[in-house]
Design a protein around this ligand. Structure first.
Ligand code: PMP
Length: 438
């Protein structure tokens, strides 16, 4: 849609016609009108280098020509059928997922969002096991529905008091804020894993349906569990007869480098895996893939009118083609190493950068008032976010205290573009440093 509505009118109308719970970044929100590759342009014709990719979603860049062509072609041929009819694009997309998903994951149910894909995963685990209770992690984010907000463990993202029962939360395996030992080391894995077992023993009936976790806690601020963690929790949940559900909504599709999915770094095969965001370059696709016997346990009727629609599926297949041709896992490893080195150099300069973490092209810096006390510094993070806008680079905010800056650009970003992004982010850090001094 090409409009020339004045900036102030647009914001006034957003205020009037859109739920206020939808809170864009910045007091004077950015109005984006066009984007290609890693560049986005606002309504005042200012160009930004996009290092957040619509929350890690335009994984092969904005408006990739191959994806645009696939959508154009499909929308002019067959735009909608519902799941009452079989379509080639949906089967092709499901086959592609089965080919790259770890282990025995084979059958997929397509929806329109990560939230719905999570709902599908929980329902499937409950149907397969005949049990209800689910163990999740504190600082998890799994979506915005009644159920998913109960599963999510961030008070700001929980509008109601646990509207759906049956969820319980173990400690977040958060090395920077490890409650057991500082610095956290491999010995802490057993302690974090023991907490999962204790939660099963003390807060469930001892017969959990599943354990669910993001491979890297996204909204939590790119928290990477220590080596060995997923191996241990997989053993524990299975020893209690429950399934392992892995949420790859943010970490999937090459984002963490080297592999297609984050969980592969731990060498663990989930029973159910959930994907969305980068799967179709921004077309609304959520996917829940399960082992065949697990998927087959759902015998009641179900339908998703829009889920797996031919246009979204065509975008997904085209996205996966580009990802394979461009070898995005290897690119994410290379550009991720460059980004990490850049962020670590900034951490040397600015003592308020308490932690640099992440994997591949999913990297974060956690801001603190004092590196010894690690007191979260949400104010500095807000100042830094504003400063990034001044420097014309887009990044994200996260963490329970809003004190984590998240970076996750298109995985097709070039070395030069990444260098430019790091330089701009560095200048934003200088501004944020001065702002706090002033
Ligand atoms: N899981 C994770 C890990 C997410 O980051 C998100 C979205 N931020 C969701 C699930 C929910 O996805 P959606 O917003 O598409 O419903």
């Amino acid at each position: 849609m090409h409009t020339a509505v004045p900036h102030a009118t647009l914001l006034a109308e957003q205020h009037k016609y859109v739920f206020p719970a939808v809170k864009p970044y910045f007091p004077d929100p950015l109005v984006l009108k066009e984007a290609h590759g890693v560049r986005a342009r606002d309504d005042r014709d200012v160009e930004y280098l996009d290092l957040f990719a619509g929350i890690l979603t335009t994984g092969v860049g904005h408006c990739h020509p191959a994806v645009v062509d696939a959508v154009r072609e499909q929308v002019g041929r067959l735009g909608h059928t519902s799941t009452l009819y079989v379509t080639e694009p949906q089967i092709e997309a499901a086959k592609r997922l089965a080919a790259i998903a770890p282990g025995a994951l084979q059958k997929t149910f397509f929806t329109n969002s990560g939230t719905e894909a999570i709902e599908t995963a929980i329902m499937t685990a409950r149907l397969y096991t005949g049990r209800t209770e689910i163990v999740a992690l504190r600082l998890a984010y799994h979506g915005r529905s009644l159920m998913a907000t109960s599963l999510t463990a961030h008070s700001p993202w929980r509008p109601l008091a646990s509207p759906v029962a049956g969820f319980t939360h173990a400690l977040s395996p958060y090395p920077y804020r490890c409650p057991f030992k500082q610095p956290c080391d491999d010995g802490c894995v057993e302690r974090f894993a023991s907490d999962v077992e204790e939660v099963i023993r003390t807060t469930t009936n001892g017969r959990p349906a599943a354990f669910i976790a993001e491979t890297i806690q996204g909204v939590g601020g790119y928290i990477v569990p220590p080596h060995g963690y997923f191996q241990r929790v997989a053993e524990i949940i299975r020893s209690y007869g429950g399934l392992l559900i892995i949420d790859e909504v943010q970490a999937g599709f090459g984002r963490t480098g080297e592999h297609w999915f984050g969980i592969e770094h731990w060498g663990v095969e989930p029973d159910i895996m959930v994907m969305a965001k980068g799967i179709a370059s921004g077309l609304p696709v959520g996917a829940t893939i399960a082992r065949a016997d697990v998927a087959d346990a759902w015998t009641a009727k179900t339908i998703s009118t829009f889920g797996g629609n031919p246009i979204s599926m065509a975008a997904m297949v085209a996205t996966l083609d580009v990802m394979r041709e461009e070898n995005v896992p290897a690119r994410a490893t290379a550009r991720g190493a460059q980004l990490r080195a850049g962020l670590e150099a900034l951490a040397e300069r600015f003592p308020w950068i308490g932690d640099v973490r992440g994997m591949g092209l999913m990297r974060a810096v956690e801001l603190v008032r004092d590196p010894r006390t690690k007191e979260p510094d949400g104010k500095r993070a807000a100042a830094l976010l504003s400063a990034t806008r001044e420097e014309r680079v887009l990044v994200g905010l996260g963490g329970l205290f809003g004190n984590v800056i998240r970076i996750g650009p298109s995985m097709l970003i070039t070395e030069e573009e990444m260098a430019e992004g790091i330089a701009r982010f560095g200048r934003a850090c200088e501004r944020a440093d001065r702002a706090a001094v002033a």
